[in-house]
Design a protein around this ligand. Structure first.
Ligand SMILES: *Cc1c(COP(=O)(O)O)cnc(C)c1O
Length: 369
């Protein structure tokens, strides 16, 4: 071929910068010749509790039918979500992780000649999903690391069809309270979809958690997304969902792969949703862990962004260098320079109390090196 076949791809696809995931434990073990058991990974906001016994039992039971295709409509999981949240079945879209659901929004509503609004320092999937469809990203500067919802509502133009809002946001951990989000929803015209990504909703204290589901009635342009990857501990299985107006859900389901959520994930999520005690313990332990990491950072003289998620973003100065020193000590965290534009910060997932201690000790040593 006279041309690089890559050139055959649309220019908006070719200019996508690859997503940088947290480094897997197995990769660091290979690179550094370390024992996998000696490595701690606090890089991808996974649940240090793992999964509960009831969820494990549901996965074991689902293995018996693994030769069959999953239920493409996810009837049982949707029924469980419908019963829990009082949302009709036709308003639910299931995804291979909530990342998939975000992609479905982009596939259904974005394209060349269209635009999406998002915040600086917001979840990296928003610019990726936007760009992959040939749509234009309108990035609004953050305010004190948080989404500036007022300015975001003003930033939309005639070509804007989607506004991405992460609440709490990753990687900053910032949170917009219910009254601020409601005021924002009233300001955004109905012709623009608001995607409210609530991946960390289960980590919010009950007094802070607005009843976002009830906003769906008043705002047909609202899409709520949530996941089983974080507080429910199912990141490896990939399952998440959206609640939306039935017409929006219908369009999203049309661009969905027929079997986008696998059968183990469906069974596990249905069981996990029912295990309220597991989520309650995850919440309580996370609160302690956040405090432990925040106090540890303060003892080291470091600032951090107060977090409402299961992670905390700490200002360490030369973050790329500190990240490498931590790797050499068998501790994987997440640098948030690059697309996140936080070159002095590291994002650290709340681990078990022992993992948090080990991280803080490694951080202290890495700052001294
Ligand atoms: C982790 C995360 C998600 C979803 O991840 P999935 O595993 O795909 O469900 C979505 N949004 C934000 C802000 C996240 O941090």
């Amino acid at each position: 071929m006279l041309i690089d076949p890559c050139e055959l791809s649309p220019s908006y696809v070719r200019s996508i910068a690859p997503y940088q995931p947290g480094k897997p434990i197995s990769e660091l073990a290979r690179e550094m010749g370390l024992e996998e058991r000696s490595i701690i990974k606090l890089a991808s906001n996974e649940n240090p509790r793992g999964i509960g016994p009831r969820t494990r039992a549901a996965i074991d039971a689902a293995l018996a039918d693994i030769a069959r295709y999953p239920d493409g409509n996810g009837f049982e999981l949707k029924s469980a979500l419908s019963a829990r949240y009082g949302v009709e079945m036709g308003s639910i879209v299931l995804g291979n992780g909530s990342n998939d659901v975000l992609e479905l929004v982009a596939a259904a509503f974005l394209g060349p000649g269209r635009a999406a609004v998002m915040s600086q320092h917001a979840f990296a999937v928003y610019p990726l999903a936007t760009q992959a469809r040939g749509a234009r990203a309108i990035v609004v500067p953050a305010r004190n690391y948080a989404h500036d919802l007022e300015t975001m509502a003003r930033a939309l133009d005639d070509e804007t069809y989607v506004i991405w809002v992460a609440n709490p946001n990753n990687p900053t951990g910032t949170y917009a309270r219910a009254d601020a989000v409601e005021a924002f929803l009233r300001r955004v015209p109905e012709r623009v979809l608001v995607v409210l990504d609530e991946a960390y909703n289960e980590y919010l204290s009950p007094d802070l958690r607005g009843d976002s589901v009830k906003w769906l009635k008043r705002h047909p342009n609202l899409v709520l997304t949530r996941t089983f990857s974080k507080a429910y501990g199912l990141a490896g299985l990939r399952v998440g969902y959206a609640f939306a107006h039935p017409s929006v859900a219908d369009i999203m389901n049309r661009v969905r792969q027929p079997f986008n959520v696998n059968s183990l994930a469906l069974a596990a999520a249905t069981a996990a949703l029912d295990d309220m005690a597991f989520v309650a313990r995850s919440y309580a332990e996370n609160l302690h862990g956040l405090q432990q990491l925040a106090e540890g950072a303060t003892r080291l003289g470091l600032d951090y962004i107060p977090s409402y998620g299961n992670f905390i973003t700490i200002r360490v100065g030369r973050a790329a260098e500190i990240y490498k020193r931590l790797l050499r000590r068998g501790v994987i965290v997440r640098p948030v320079g690059g697309a996140y534009e936080l070159p002095e910060h590291l994002r650290v997932t709340v681990g078990t109390p022992e993992e948090n201690e080990k991280f803080l000790a490694a951080l202290a040593a890495s700052l001294r090196d």
